[in-house]
Write a protein that binds this ligand. Structure first.
Ligand code: SF4
Ligand code: FES
Length: 274
């Protein structure tokens, strides 16, 4: 017996204990190998398990049978590191809004459900193996300018600068980005605009981020293009997929800073950071 949890049809197991699932998992031996979906039965899964714990159980069973376990990425398992990047039934991070894959529990699936599990699909984030993709392009966008190199003093100095609450709240909302890449995977253009905009916004709104503000926007957006991410046409899928619910408004701020940076010479867009 189960009951409807939401209008879009997620169900809880009323017993809250065990679900029997059928998985269809993308298996790919390496970056240059062809991949394909493989069907696995996953019986007797506790509804209290996280999605990654369910995969752990499946892998233990595969190992017991002498089969190769499913490769998937993970680290913190508490919604912080952004490693757990899975497309679950066609949705980045699965069916629950504002929830990273590691925070998704099997009670969100109904007994007997079939679940497809695929890696992120984006030209700039190629598959490494099975469900693991190379997200280093996002790191290179950060390295291009997602930092403050101007002297900012120590914590007491920071605390002595009064900043309006609205600005702080907006900056901290943007700072929640965990670099998971769900926004890229969900975007029909494969754009990393929400990720890049979140990083630009959280630094660009605070006083400490002002000296390099325009240079940061110019360099990070340029690096995003170099990495092969697509352009933003404001579909809004990124905002829906983001486990930290970063607002698409950050893209407006990024575009504004990038345009302002384009109007002045590179040397005038911020403090030297190299
Ligand atoms: S903006 Fe959201 S979806 Fe994109 S990388 Fe950051 S946390 Fe992930
Ligand atoms: S494993 Fe770190 S966010 Fe999911």
């Amino acid at each position: 017996m189960s009951y409807r949890l939401s209008a879009i049809g997620y169900r809880l197991s009323a017993e809250g204990k065990i679900v029997n699932l059928t998985l269809h998992v993308w298996r790919q031996a390496g970056p240059n190998s062809p991949g394909h979906m493989v069907r696995y039965d996953a019986p007797d899964i506790s509804a209290d398990m996280s999605f990654l714990e369910m995969l752990d159980v499946v892998n233990e069973r595969l190992i017991e049978r002498g089969e190769t376990p499913i490769a998937f990425d993970h680290d913190c398992r508490e919604g912080i590191c952004g490693s757990c990047s899975l497309m679950i039934n066609g949705a980045a991070h699965g069916p629950n809004p504002g929830t990273a894959t590691c925070q998704l529990h099997m009670r969100s699936f109904r007994d007997g459900q079939e679940i497809t599990i695929e890696p992120w699909r984006a030209k700039a984030m190629p598959v490494v193996r099975d469900l693991i993709v190379d997200r280093s392009a996002l790191d290179r966008i950060i390295a291009a300018g997602g930092f403050i190199s101007a002297p900012t003093g120590c914590a007491p100095d920071g605390n002595s600068i009064l900043i309006g609450k609205h600005l702080v709240d907006t900056a901290m909302d943007a700072a929640q980005c965990i670099g998971c890449g769900a926004c890229v995977a969900a975007c029909p253009n494969g754009s990393a605009s929400l990720f890049t905009a979140a990083k630009i916004t959280h630094l660009g709104l605070l006083p400490q981020g002002q000296p390099e503000r325009l240079r940061r926007a110019r360099r990070m957006v340029t690096q995003m293009d170099i990495e092969g991410f697509g352009g933003c046409t404001l579909f809004g899928e990124c905002q829906e997929a983001c486990p930290k619910q970063i607002s698409i408004d950050t893209i407006t701020m990024m575009n504004r800073d990038f345009l302002r940076a384009a109007l002045v010479p590179e040397a005038a867009t911020g403090a030297e950071s190299d």
